[in-house]
Ligand binder design. Sequence first.
Ligand code: DC
Length: 217
Amino acid sequence: MSGPLIIAIDGPAAAGKGTLARRMAAELGLPYLDTGLLYRAVGRRVLDRAGDPRDATVATAEALALSPADLERQDLRTPEAALAASGVAAIPGVRAALLEFQRNFGRSRGAVLDGRDIGTVVFPDASVKFFITASPEARAQRRWLEMTAAGQAIPLAQVEAETRQRDKQDAERATAPMRPAEDALVLDTTALDANAAFVAVMAQLRSRLGALGVTIA
Ligand code: DC
């Protein structure tokens, strides 16, 4: 294998990829990038201007103006920000504006990145690619439990409807749609808790890296 270790983790909302990616990065001593946060921050900037996330001119301008401080905002994890993110993410100009940042992030020291198109577009040559999925019901239930625990009062049915809407938008858009890369390792976490999912991906990672002649602790 040549170049730094890049691990791509794609999949739909609330499949557990963020938790897995963060833990994997800590285990391997690699930097971690949650690329969804970039789209959420662009979506937020558009909402701040009372703009429509589907407006290509406005959304592209906000993506080009994105600054590190935007990523520190405390309001990026709301359902409103998630839907706005999914809206701006369908715009080619937005995706192009965020591409170099993601590539540069991984270039020097390697990285674990999670998102929707890491293995297909951002790093098509990633060392190892995962596609983490779970049933829409299980994903909505997990997200709802997280939100309820954080004190947000929201009906489960609403979380499930928004999850399905985002899945559809993210998978059906023309530019960089969410889909597993041909060489991705697909893991369905519907019946797994976070720990079991981590054990499963680490076993797959070791085996894939072993085949490339790379051993990890
Ligand atoms: O991973 P997340 O739920 O924070 O992502 C929010 C939205 O951003 C998601 O619905 C689609 C978009 N996204 C994307 O299109 N490509 C990425 N690499 C990451 C996120």
